[in-house]
Design a protein around this ligand. Structure first.
Ligand code: HEC
Length: 159
């Protein structure tokens, strides 16, 4: 009688430990968790400053991008797309946005001959600054778009 109780208690302790390990192994289990921190006001404020000094000249102070952004210019390059909900920035998970900003499109797609006006920010912005500016961009999206982006991140992490 007493012995089986001990075995049962031991079993519960093991089960609890297994659950704790499994949960700690999936740090991004909550859908809102990701590389970007759109809910952190300090990060977002820093990101806004970086956006205004580094990105707004092309992507627009209001994040609306350049006119006719889907049509290539005479030089064959694309205009700067919007970062608001009318663009496709939010169609990419955090890691893609981070790499694109850090490495630039040519390196990102592995085609060094790709002609683009989008600079690579490696060496110009730190990783934290890149996260901050992208967090600011995400913080401006309407909640349904942010929710969809969170779900995309969760799916991207499973791959
Ligand atoms: C000199 C103009 C210019 C500046 C400055 C600039 N961009 Fe861009 N950006 C572009 C262009 C042009 C594209 C389209 C890329 C292409 O040619 O395929 C782009 C594309 C992007 C994309 C991909 C968007 C998508 O819909 O796929 C992201 C993300 C991005 N830029 C982030 C930034 C961030 C963050 C900054 C500031 C730190 C910045 N850009 C500064 C011109 C610029």
């Amino acid at each position: 009688m007493q012995r089986s109780w001990v075995v049962l208690a031991g079993g519960i302790a093991v089960a609890a430990a297994v659950i704790a390990i499994v949960m700690s192994a999936v740090p991004g289990a909550a859908p809102s968790a990701g590389l970007l921190k759109p809910d952190d006001p300090v990060v977002v404020a820093q990101g806004r400053q970086i956006y205004e000094s580094q990105c707004a000249a092309c992507h627009g102070a209001d994040l609306a991008g350049q006119p006719d952004w889907q049509k290539r210019k005479a030089d064959g390059r694309l205009p700067a797309p919007p970062h608001d909900e009318t663009g496709h920035t939010w169609h990419h998970p955090d890691a893609v946005l981070f790499d694109l900003t850090k490495l630039g499109p040519a390196k990102m797609i592995g085609d060094p001959t790709y002609q683009t006006d989008m600079p690579a920010y490696e060496g110009k912005l730190s990783d934290d600054e890149i996260v901050a500016v992208l967090s600011y961009i995400k913080s401006t999206w309407p909640q349904p778009i942010r929710d969809r982006h969170d779900r995309m991140n969760a799916e991207a992490r499973q791959n």
